[in-house]
Ligand binder design. Structure first.
Ligand SMILES: [Zn+2]
Length: 403
């Protein structure tokens, strides 16, 4: 399991696709696609004929765009025959895009733009400045419309894929959920590695902001009786183990979400939640700066006092570029090359203040989330990351104290 968690690289689209199953919509026998959603007719959509050429990968494999709004643009995916996906992720297509009615594309785009605006407005955030989502054409978030995705959608920092199986409130619900993910990533700025993302936390925030979900004490007991706490589910692996232990998938996200309801009860605000993602990004920036400094000017280990001269072997590396797409620059102590600048992947420690312990600690890929959590929530709530991961604390304060 440890090995699995240490796998580096940005979280992949498939992980999020599998992870996001929200927005089921209405209940009973009514079709959730028939429940009226927001009136988005006032959202401006204009023709946008082009292909984004920029630093971000194109979600729609360079399929030409068709329409845009202020912050988004939409493409329709290529029709791809089975087996025509190359190992590197590119596809072989015959230049034919799926046949999707213009009105369907425009409706998804309008609903998406409105969802983004509602999120920003509800949280007093600015789409361009706070969400880091520009209005120039090459800064817009790309929405790739993939009809075979049906009712599903997935979101990453740079693009959004969505099927054509949802309309009305059913469409609004999934957009509201996915846009929390997108904007969380945008606020964090860096493409963080899988270690920095905790499944319960990401889905808990998205679900909490989507509908303020909170479970009853009895439901939480059903969750924890599997032997797992919601906060144990840090990756799809633990989610799998939870289900194997008899866990009910339908209460997962709302159980994660209840942790945020508890934090709010203890004094945190929406702003603190957004700050968590901002701090996560700042930790990463700090690590990159420390690394850069050490490699160019030398480094004295704070614990041993040992001095390491400037790193010369790989001086030509552009560190920001080298790590921009692979994720974290904060490293684990057992990473190869740790504290040894003579090795190509040598890394040094970055020390940051953790208010829950009242001192600076070394940040690494395995405690990024913990430190950002404590920096964002500890002072106002008195609740530390270690505590919400602790069975006794969770039972006493959340299951039996709050719910
Ligand atoms: Zn999600």
């Amino acid at each position: 399991m440890t090995k699995l968690l240490k796998t580096t690289g940005i979280i992949t689209a498939s992980i999020l696709l599998a992870a996001c199953n929200s927005g089921g919509g209405g209940g009973g026998s009514s079709d959730p696609n028939d429940i009226p959603g927001r009136d988005n007719t006032g959202v401006a959509v204009y023709d946008f004929d082009g292909i984004r050429i920029g630093k971000y990968s194109n979600a729609c494999q360079d399929a030409p765009s068709v329409f845009a709004t202020d912050n988004l643009y939409a493409n329709i995916s290529w029709e791809v025959a089975p087996g025509n996906q190359n190992p590197d992720g590119t596809i072989n297509h015959d230049g034919k895009q799926h046949d999707v009615d213009d009105n369907v594309v425009k409706n998804i785009l309008r609903a998406a733009q409105l969802s983004l605006e509602v999120l920003a407005s509800d949280h007093n955030m600015n789409i361009v400045n706070d969400f880091n989502m520009g209005i120039a054409d090459d800064e817009k978030l790309e929405i790739c419309i993939v009809p075979p995705l049906g009712q599903h959608a997935l979101a990453t920092r740079n693009y959004f894929e969505i099927g054509t199986g949802r309309t009305n409130k059913n469409l609004d619900n999934i957009l509201d959920h996915e846009f929390v993910h997108v904007t969380n990533y945008r606020v964090a700025k860096h493409p963080l590695s899988a270690e920095a993302w905790e499944l319960w936390l990401l889905e808990g925030v998205a679900t909490y902001f989507e509908n303020r979900a909170q479970v009853s004490r009895d439901t939480m007991l059903r969750f924890t009786n599997t032997g797992f706490l919601p906060t144990d589910i840090i990756s799809l692996w633990e989610a799998h183990l939870y289900r194997m232990a008899g866990g009910d998938q339908s209460i997962e996200y709302s159980s994660y979400s209840s942790v945020f309801a508890y934090l709010e009860h203890m004094g945190s605000t929406n702003e603190d939640v957004w700050n968590y993602f901002k701090l996560l990004g700042e930790l990463e920036t700090n690590c990159r700066l420390t690394q850069y400094e050490a490699h160019h000017n030398g480094y004295t280990d704070r614990e041993t006092g040992k001095y390491f001269p400037p790193f010369t072997v790989g001086e030509s590396y552009d560190y920001s570029e080298r790590y921009d797409m692979t994720g974290m620059f904060c490293v684990n102590e057992d990473d190869e090359g740790y504290n040894d600048p003579s090795k190509e992947n040598a890394s040094v420690l970055t020390w940051v203040y953790d208010p829950s312990v009242g001192k600076e600690i070394a940040v690494g890929a395995n405690n990024h989330s913990e430190i950002a959590f404590n920096q964002a929530f500890y002072e106002k709530t008195g609740v530390s990351y270690m505590e919400i991961r602790n069975k006794e604390f969770f039972s006493r304060n959340i299951t039996n104290g709050f719910l």
